[in-house]
Structure formats: structure tokens, C-alpha cells
Design a protein around this ligand. Sequence first.
Ligand code: ZN
Ligand code: ZN
Length: 116
Amino acid sequence: MSAIGSLVFCTDCGNLLDGSAGDAKALLLCEVCGASNKDTSSKVVITRSNPSAFPSALRAKRSEVQTLTEEDMQTDATIRQTCEKCGREEVRYYTQQLRSADEGSTVFYTCECGHK
Ligand SMILES: [Zn+2]
Ligand SMILES: [Zn+2]
């Protein structure tokens, strides 16, 4: 069986190619997309695919996910603010971007007692 260190993946479609003979000059043929791949098992994998070759929709989706993650980290936290209902000195708060960009983001405070 092949060791993990000798796995070679197709640079075009990511398909796992059949084991290598350890010959750096050998070309491995991808069974999925038919692309010829250099046997990179014995050295650092260099992807020759141009990043711009990826579908723009896929890239947009990825950046969208990253943006959401950042917002989640920023918008859910606690702040020293006294709840006017139960007197708790620390409440959770989050910001929410309203539909109109002109109105900016609104900060909401929520207490564990349910008071907003
Ligand atoms: Zn392939
Ligand atoms: Zn409260």
C-alpha cells in the first residue's frame, strides 16, 4: 500500500491518482479528467492551475462564508451594561446591519432575563 507521503492528486480535478513509482519524471494520467500530472510524491506539490481558472461563483461563495464567520465573531459578545429590568451588570449584545446601508448597524442588548 502507498504511504500517505506518496499520494499524488490531480492538479486539475483533485482526483487521487494511482500510486507512484517514485520517478519524478513520470507522468501520471488522471482517470477522471484525463490530465497528465507530474509525479510530485517526492517533492513539494506545485499547483499549476491558475487561481482565476476557478469558477467565480465558487470563489464568491467562499468569501461570503468567510465574511459571515467574521461577523459572527464580532457581533456576539458581552458588555458591561446594567440591565434595567433585573439589574444584571453584564448583558450580551450584537449588532445587526439594517437593510438600508444609510442607517448603519444597530446595537441590540439582550439579558439572560430575556429583557432587550
Ligand atoms: Zn483529474
Ligand atoms: Zn435582565
